[in-house]
Design a protein around this ligand. Sequence first.
Ligand code: PDD
Length: 280
Amino acid sequence: MENKIVYLNGDYLPLPEAKVSVLDRGFLFGDGIYEVIPSYSGHLFHLDDHLQRLENSLAGIRLSNPHSRLEWQAILEPLLDANFDQYIYLQITRGTASKRDHAFPENVPVTVFAMCSNIVPFAGLNVGVKAISMDDTRWQLCNIKAITLLGNILHRQAAVDKGCAEALLVKDGYLVEGAASNVFAVFDGVLITPPKTNEILPGITRDVILDLARKNNIAFSEDKILFADIQSASELWVTSSTREIVPIVELDGVMIGDGKPGPVWHTMHTILQAYKQSLL
Ligand code: PDD
């Protein structure tokens, strides 16, 4: 086990010493929420946006936020190493009750856990990856970044079992997002991504890309993507904090565009790298 230092309920501890009770509601029920926050050269990327989403997720499961934004920053920064590109995993559960009961316990402090890991550059970024499509079997509150991830896990594993990097999820005939990513497609030169609803996680990378598209005069719109239209897309991407913008060059065994990362991907990837650099 890695001997790195992690944060648990006010203490910084070596990972093997960080322990929670088996009665923790995160363990028993998956009753909690999380965030994944990238950090480049020791600078947390769009921290305010991640903390706002954390706040929304907490409200979505009726937990109050245990810390102010400045306190969160002070908790997370000591975990970072400026020599690496990293990401913080931050989890808050409804704490440890004295017995297992579905209903919320009263007066129980939340459990707060955070750790930092190095970002391993995603293989396949420059050549593109394969994906499969699947009917979305998840619940109706996908806007909450809940630790209860069985649906997402089963989708992602189905993709891995087929030698693919991601499962793209289809709901009522529309492409919604990936098992652990948001989705973008290019139709007739216009970048399209589904609007923010309870059917998707409001990705921070997604918002950054839309903002960069706006500032760089790249045509885009937030629109539903009919899955039946997907073969007429010239490009298909998935986005997330840990993998950034990943071009999908084959979906369900059929080539997307000319089977290579497309020109809009190249442009946006370059713009994103320059933007990250500009924040340091
Ligand atoms: N997942 N949609 C889902 C279902 C996700 O799990 C993620 C990210 C995203 C992209 O969000 P963002 O751009 O804020 O990372 C969209 C993280 C990385 C994870 O679960 O590890």
